[in-house]
Design a protein around this ligand. Sequence first.
Ligand code: HMG
Ligand code: MG
Length: 297
Amino acid sequence: MNYPTRVKIVEVSPRDGLQNEKQVIDVSDKLQLINDLQLAGVKHIEVAGFVSPKWVPQLDDAKAVCAGLVKEEGVHHSALTPNLKGLDAAIEAGIEEVAVFTAASETFNQKNINCSIAESFERFAPVMEKAHAHNIKVRGYVSCVLGCPYEGAIDPKVVAEVTHKLHQMGCFEVSLGDTIGTGTPLNAQKMLGLCADLVPMDQLALHFHDTYGQALANIQACLELGASVVDASVAGIGGCPYAKGATGNVSTENVVYMLNGMGIETGIDLAQLVKAGQRISEVLGRQPNSQVALAIG
Ligand code: HMG
Ligand code: MG
């Protein structure tokens, strides 16, 4: 066992979470969520996506969300930027960290960002160059690392190649997305192991959606190999509009509870985190999708 002593949690609820909600969420509610997360000690928050509003109307308020952010010491706000247009908007909004996103599945990539995997790298090259010229860090995402809604099984070697390429291009961290949550622990370990042969383990992030209830088991299996960055969404909200049936990310409350029990530090106050999840769940008109939140709340 090679468990880390500390895990960096990347909270994706304002973006991955709210991008998939049918109802329009007010900017003020998004800002309240971000503030509540900061109050709970969350240091890495993906706050918005500068994507085409024709593709994801829910994220059309990225500029307004960024304008209302309260910058707290030690907190990092990031945003998705699929192309130069997105990056320019993010720079104008004062964002200090952005993320490019591609997939290990050609079909998913076409549906999500309207280009092939190879074309996505061509598109990202000038984004990386300009971002770095502005001292903006770039994260990379690989979707469909353990299955694709269109192509089914995905070769983990392809995942490792795409991950390696993003890292070589200059991504400081690459997040491995189990977009439709079909992964299971041993497959997750195999895929992560192949990626870690090419990219340092501490620069790989785990991004599990909990569609099949496997996320926590997968995370535990990957922590065993030494992974130390976990993406999660408070109250388990989320999903991808281009992956039918994909439900929310693993809930941050469940992850923090598990890590607390394992003696692994996160710097997050679980009670405050539960409150953050309850508040956004009230806005969404439903219960948090998190057993820990329900048990504590
Ligand atoms: P396209 O249609 O090929 O782009 O979309 P285009 O360059 O031909 O432009 C078409 C129109 O969009 C133009 O407007 C552009 O100006 C505009 P028009 O002239 O027709 O009025 N446009 C933009 N507007 C705002 N911001 C931009 C932007 N770019 C172009 N950045 C594109 C290509 C990539 C833009 C589009 O496919 C897109 O925005 N896709 C994003 C989809 C998305 O956000 N998906 C969810 C996030 S990914 C995810 O959830 C997975 C993840 O969580 C990990 C996991 O779980 O697997 C990260
Ligand atoms: Mg996701």
